[in-house]
Design a binder for this molecule. Sequence first.
Ligand code: FEO
Length: 395
Amino acid sequence: MGVKITESVTWVGIRDWELRTFHGEEYSTHRGSSYNCYLVRDEKTALIDTVWSPFDKEFVANLKKEIDLNEIDYIIINHGEVDHSGALLQLMNAIPETPIYCTKNAVTSLKGQYHKDWNFNVVKTGDKLSLGKKELIFIEARMLHWPDSMFTYLTGENILFSNDAFGQHYATEEIYNDLADQCALYQEAIKYYANILTPFSALVTEKIKEVLSFNLPLNMICTSHGVIWRDNPAQIIEKYLSWADNYQENQITIIYDTMWDNTKKMAEAIKKGIRAADSEVVIKLFNAGKTDKNDIITEVFKSKAILVGSSTINNGILSSVAGILEMIKGLAFKNKKAAAFGSYGWGGQAVKIISNLLKESGFELINEGKKVMWTPDENALKECEEFGAQIAKAF
Ligand code: FEO
């Protein structure tokens, strides 16, 4: 059901408590998500975004309890991805002539997905739509995170409807940031940035600076996922500026997978060596075969260096390590160091393969990596500790 946010704005979204993966199986959503959309009522009424298609009937039924659908004058689609446009078919069946305001690229994405020639009205940065006393101002946000993305700003209420930007996959009954569990909120916000927005960091900085240059007063940021930022909304903008600026903490993350625990023994000896050389650095250790991949990516995002290990199998590397390295490559992390390690029985190609993948992904290799043949004995474990110590001293 709707939640009144301000005099003119009502949240009419859906909370998806059961969601456990998003983008197919690509993004884990341990705390579910929400598809936020908003009804803005003035002399004219605008609906900003819709919800994911499995919820289309529920969404439209809820909306009808808020408003006679024929009283919706405008539909604003900030972004055409199906989690925000998925209820359009259902909605447009009821009000087929209602104009849809979106970017040129959103027309392409909506036509490509729904194959309908709706009443599209293309908007660009600075275009305005009067609702009566208040206005909507559109701000294109290309590649944050799709080419069709945009923000919508509501004058009078001073609300930025930011769509995916500043969001979190977090279903919570506490709709405002100050009411939510702060640890969960931070964790979901940084995970969202790390896994979705990292490749676009340069554009994030540029877009935030552009929006700030408009000197628009800001009372709230109404995102399309997770909480509404009403308490000090600038705090998430400041976080984004920091995360977009080659973010790192004093952390080294060790990621490995292992066939018969030999690479695992190496990982633990390396960790011991890092700790012996640096008593303060945060060290985290993950078996990629047993750990949620998006949680690992969040830790990579926070790290100044990562160490990646795998046994050699079939002249290659273990599939869980290959998978996480593919994600790391796509996310284009910057300003991070790395090294590879792994045990082997025969060929021993894994360390070289991992080193090459890390280099191709933009990491500065600290060294050529550490290989151990068969089960590491006491001497080999000492060498791994020394390898860890060298890693710690590389900063
Ligand atoms: Fe929340 Fe890009 O969709």
